[in-house]
Design a protein around this ligand. Structure first.
Ligand code: ASP
Length: 327
């Protein structure tokens, strides 16, 4: 099978890669297509043919919101289904790159076209920048047929879009995949196509000594449809606080999805290890296994946006859809 790319869509959303200096600091800047074409003239080939599209407004990815995930997903899906591209290279700021990669992994679960994200720690053209190596390295990875699904190319490495996090703000190897000991069980059921139908409100609550019922109730009152609890260790929390547990139980009874991941970068949720874990499970929490915060948030968002009810969201959240659940 010839996997080479004939029609690559480069989708530029902003980020350091194309930023220019302003009085207030680095800011996103237009005109990146011309700079890319000039730079490509000196790059060794073969490189795919590409077209360029800017998503407006260009953003520092610190300003990305879930509605931007939906816009990126819609733009990519439209281009792919209209036959305008056979691969997508998404240029994005690094601060929330892992969140967008995770959300797109689920919003585009059914898409055959590979989607590769990249960005840079230093702007293109600045001394010693990683921008051109990341960008043209990503193009070469696509051209070589190395990309399936949603992936991130950074500092010479291909990373899983739903397993990656930004771990450093001061080095070119800023991204890493969550460690995994084994893959999650293969799901025999056909996963749902997650086409966005409605808005979704997902809130993350890291547990910390002092967290209590008041925080849970406030978040539920703010309109959260899903609460992603970042538990301790293997999925524990203050289950000895009867008021806290009751607030969770009530929220669950009102239809709020209660999902758990671990604050530890390595390991996974296993409620049965401690009584402080099984107490949370009994209140209605479901396990996100070894999912990252980015993956769990993007997955809950995509499941809720697709219009699934509480029971269906809980069902699919616990199942591996694209390699995100490995622990
Ligand atoms: N703040 C920038 C952004 O996320 C950082 C970067 O791109 O590296 O857009």
């Amino acid at each position: 099978m010839n996997e080479s790319i004939d029609r690559l869509l480069v989708l530029y959303t902003g980020g350091t890669i194309g930023m220019q200096q302003s009085a207030a600091g680095l800011m996103p800047a237009s005109g990146f297509e011309t700079r890319m074409r000039e730079q490509q003239a000196g790059e060794p080939g073969p490189l795919p043919n590409w077209t360029f599209q800017e998503l407006q407004p260009l953003l520092d990815s610190a300003d990305m919101q879930p509605r931007h995930w939906l816009e990126m997903a819609r733009t990519i899906r439209e281009a792919a289904t209209q036959g305008r591209c056979d691969a997508v290279l998404l240029l994005h700021g690094t601060d929330t790159l892992a969140y967008s990669a995770a959300a797109l992994s689920f919003l585009l679960l059914d898409l055959e076209v590979p989607v590769l994200l990249t960005g840079a720690m230093l702007p293109a053209g600045s001394e010693g920048s990683d921008a051109w190596p990341n960008l043209f390295g990503a193009m070469r990875a696509l051209q070589a047929g190395r990309v399936k699904g949603v992936r991130l190319f950074f500092n010479g490495v291909l990373l899983h879009g739903a397993r990656v996090s930004k771990l450093r703000s001061d080095a070119f190897d800023a991204f890493a995949e969550a460690p995994r000991k084994r893959s999650a069980a293969v799901v025999s059921e056909r996963p749902p196509v997650l086409l966005p139908q409605q808005p979704a409100e997902v809130v993350v609550l890291p547990l910390y000594p002092g967290v209590g019922a008041a925080q849970v109730r406030a978040l539920v009152a703010s309109g959260a449809q899903a609460l992603l609890l970042e538990c301790y260790g293997s999925g524990t929390g203050p289950a000895g606080d009867a008021d806290f547990v009751e607030a969770l139980r009530t929220a669950h009874g009102q239809g709020v999805v209660l999902a758990a991941i671990s604050q530890c970068p390595g390991g996974h949720v296993d409620f049965g290890v401690y009584a402080t874990g099984s107490g949370l499970r009994d209140a209605g929490l479901i396990s996100g296994g070894g999912m990252t915060r980015e993956a769990a948030l993007g997955k809950l968002f995509a499941l809720l946006c697709a219009g699934l009810d509480q029971h269906q969201v809980e069902h699919w959240f616990c199942r591996d859809l694209c390699g995100e659940m490995a622990d």
